[in-house]
Design a binder for this molecule. Structure first.
Ligand SMILES: NC(=O)C1=CN([C@@H]2O[C@H](COP(=O)(O)OP(=O)(O)OC[C@H]3O[C@@H](n4cnc5c(N)ncnc54)[C@H](OP(=O)(O)O)[C@@H]3O)[C@@H](O)[C@H]2O)C=CC1
Ligand SMILES: CC(=O)[C@H](N)C(=O)O
Length: 273
C-alpha cells in the first residue's frame, strides 16, 4: 500500500522501519532538514499518523509504503518504489531481533531475521546505489549494532546478521571510496525502543544506565554523518578503541595470508621426515 501526505526541497529520503523507535526519529530529523520522505514499515496506521505529523510540522511531502520487507514480493514492490523515487538518501533501519536460544525459537523466526536484516538491507542498498551511481551522488546509512562485534547466545542470528551489515557496509565503502557517494555504518548500543518487546524479551536486558534514547542516537549519528564519519558508534568516547580494533584486524589479515601452515598444525610433516 502506498499513501501520501502534505512540498519538495532537497530530494527524497527513504527510511525503513519508520513506524517506531530509531526510524521514526530519523524521519523527523530528515524532514526537518527539508527532505521529502518515503517511509516504510508494516503498521499502516502508525505510518499514516507520522506522515501527517511530519508534513504538518515540516512542510514536506511524505509518502508511506506499508510492506513486510521480509516477504520477497513486498520487498520487490518497495525496491521498485525506491528506484522510482530517485531517492538521494536511504536509511536501512528496519530490523528484528528474533531473540532467544536458537533451538528454542522457530526456524521461521531465524529466517525472518536473515530476510529482514540481511536480504532486505542488501537489496534496498542495491536499489539506491544504481541511482546514486548514475547521478554520481547519494547517501546510504545502514543501521548495524555493536552486537556485530559480539557473538551472543540468545541472539545468534541477530548478532550474525549485524556482522553481515558491518562487513557489507564496510565493503561498499571501499567500493565507493573515490566517489561522492557517502556510506555510513551506524552502530547503536542499547536504545530505549520497542525493539525488545517486539523480540519478546524484557525491556531491561541491559543495565538501566546503558541505554540511550532514539533521539540521542539519531542526533549523534547525523552529527557523525555531517562530519564525514564512515563508522559511527555514538556511545564510544575514545575513538582510539575503534582504530586499535582496525589495526588488530589488519594485522590478523596479514598474518592469515602468510602462505605457510603454522608450526602447531604441521602434524604430518614429522612422520614424513
Ligand atoms: N534498540 C536497540 O537497542 C538497538 C537497535 N538496533 C537496530 O536499530 C534498528 C531499529 O530498531 P529500533 O528502533 O530499536 O526498534 P523498533 O522495534 O522500535 O523498530 C523496528 C522498526 O522496524 C520495522 N519492522 C520490523 N519488522 C519489519 C518487517 N518485517 N518489514 C518492515 N518493517 C519492519 C518496525 O515496524 P513495523 O512493526 O510497523 O513493521 C519498526 O518500525 C534495527 O535495525 C535494530 O536492529 C541496533 C542496536 C541496538
Ligand atoms: C539485542 C541487543 O543487544 C540490541 N538490540 C543491540 O543490537 O545491541
Amino acid at each position: 500500500m502506498v499513501g501520501q501526505a502534505g512540498g519538495d526541497a532537497t530530494g527524497v529520503a527513504v527510511v525503513t522501519g519508520a513506524s517506531s523507535g530509531i526510524g521514526a526519529v530519523y524521519a523527523d530529523r530528515l524532514a526537518a532538514r527539508g527532505h521529502d520522505l518515503l517511509l516504510v514499515a508494516r503498521r499502516a496506521d502508525r505510518l499514516r499518523q507520522l506522515a501527517q505529523e511530519l508534513s504538518d510540522r515540516h512542510g514536506v511531502q511524505v509518502q508511506t509504503a506499508t510492506a513486510d520487507l521480509a516477504e520477497p514480493e513486498s520487498l520487490a514492490r518497495v525496491e521498485a518504489l525506491v528506484r522510482e523515487s530517485n531517492a538521494v538518501l536511504l536509511v536501512n533501519n528496519a530490523g528484528a531481533g528474533g531473540l532467544g536460544p536458537t533451538a528454542a525459537i522457530s526456524a521461521d523466526r531465524v529466517e525472518n531475521v536473515v530476510r529482514l536484516n540481511i536480504t532486505a538491507l542488501s537489496r534496498l542498498s542495491h536499489a539506491v546505489l544504481e541511482g546514486f551511481r548514475s547521478r554520481g551522488a547519494g547517501t546510504l546509512v545502514n543501521i548495524g549494532s555493536i552486537i556485530a562485534l559480539s557473538p551472543s547466545p540468545s541472539a545468534a542470528a541477530y548478532s550474525g546478521s549485524k556482522a553481515y551489515v558491518l562487513n557489507f557496509t564496510r565493503s561498499l565503502q571501499a567500493e565507493y571510496a573515490d566517489t561522492a557517494i557517502r556510506i555510513q555504518l551506524v552502530q547503536p548500543g542499547p536504545i530505549r525502543t520497542e525493539f525488545f518487546t517486539a523480540a519478546g524479551v524484557s525491556e531491561s536486558v541491559f543495565p538501566e544506565d546503558s541505554y540511550l534514547t532514539a533521539e540521542q542516537l539519531v542526533d549523534a549519528a547525523l552529527a557523525g554523518l555531517d562530519a564525514g564519519e564512515l563508522v559511527t558508534t555514538p556511545t564510544v568516547a575514545e575513538t582510539g578503541i575503534w582504530e586499535a580494533l582496525e589495526a588488530a584486524r589488519l594485522a590478523f589479515m596479514e598474518a592469515a595470508r602468510s602462505g605457510q601452515v603454522a608450526e602447531r598444525y604441521r602434524v604430518g610433516e614429522e612422520s614424513l621426515a
